[in-house]
Design a protein around this ligand. Structure first.
Ligand SMILES: C[S@@+](CC[C@H](N)C(=O)[O-])C[C@H]1O[C@@H](n2cnc3c(N)ncnc32)[C@H](O)[C@@H]1O
Length: 277
């Protein structure tokens, strides 16, 4: 999967490349993190689909940031924007957390993984397949390197496991058991790229994913947010699922995540819902 995942360079407008760093999904995830981190104060954060440490800040992302310039997110991004970069979720976590909190990253792609070696305070291991790592950890197999770091995150008093695969809906039947097993042990933030608006088949599959997740989560709490992928006739949506026992008592966090989700959805839809010429 890593081989098919690419991002747009700042000045490129190639239609072939899939990922635009600093897209609305990234803003959404970063906005949630600016609320989740102070509320939960995790002492361990692991991102197993960590991407690259930073990306070139595109003019598109600058304009998105201007639309929500009044948000807490802008403060968190200030130093990155000054340096003309967009931080990955892990890099953002590092900048917002106290130094004693451990941040660990992993990615299947060697070059992206390597880019973290220049960041201070981020533990980097060898490139590895996140789903295999999680499955090994669940079965308590092979607990060295990244596996022992993931074990530590899952058993930490307040851990946060970030799962940000490009397309979890393509593999959800295979990977759901390890996602649920992780959510039974710690707080998991899962990103879902939801393309169910495209056709009936995808919609049916997405509904099956949601009901299986609900069933398997059982008594575990979950907060879910969804925004359109863009304001122009969106055929996709960005979703975040925050799951875990620690989420249950976070009523203030729920209110703030709801508010920022609505703010982003509103901002991006309003930008294209009416025009006069
Ligand atoms: C959407 S990007 C992650 C972005 C990143 N979390 C950030 O905040 O910038 C998905 C990443 O997952 C990696 N990837 C894809 N499949 C993987 C797998 N099975 N195990 C680990 N990494 C994988 C890709 O190389 C890519 O860097």
């Amino acid at each position: 999967m890593a081989g098919t995942w690419h991002w747009k360079e700042g000045k490129s407008d190639s239609r072939k490349l899939l990922y635009d760093p600093g897209n609305w999904g990234d803003l959404f995830k970063a906005a949630w993190l600016t609320r989740i981190l102070p509320a939960m104060n995790p002492d361990q954060v692991c991102d197993l689909f960590a991407g690259a440490a930073t990306y070139e800040l595109s003019s598109r992302t600058r304009s998105r940031m201007q639309i929500i310039a009044d948000d807490l997110l802008s403060q968190a991004m200030e130093s990155f924007v000054k340096d003309a970069v967009w931080p990955s979720a892990a890099t953002l976590c590092r900048s917002l957390l106290v130094p004693s909190a451990k941040v660990t990253v992993c990615d299947l792609d060697e070059e992206r993984q390597e880019s973290y070696r220049h960041q201070t305070g981020i533990a980097v291991y060898e490139p590895d397949d996140a789903w295999v790592v999680l499955s090994d950890v669940t079965k308590q197999h092979n607990t060295d390197g990244i596996r022992s770091a993931v074990c530590a995150c899952l058993s930490a008093e307040t851990g946060l496991l970030i799962l940000d695969p490009f397309d979890v809906l393509a593999v959800w039947r295979e990977v759901m058991p390890v996602i649920i097993s992780a959510a039974k042990k710690t707080t998991v933030l899962l990103y879902v790229y939801n393309r169910s608006a495209k056709n009936e088949e995808r919609l049916r599959d997405y509904r099956a994913f949601c009901s299986s997740m609900e069933k398997e989560l059982g008594g575990i709490s979950c907060m879910r947010g969804r925004i359109a992928a863009d304001g122009f006739l969106p055929k996709a949506h960005h979703e975040l699922w925050l799951m875990g026992d620690g989420v249950a008592k976070q009523t203030e966090l729920a209110a703030t995540l709801e508010a920022v989700t609505m703010k982003l959805e509103d901002a991006l839809r309003r930008a294209s819902c009416f025009s006069v010429r």
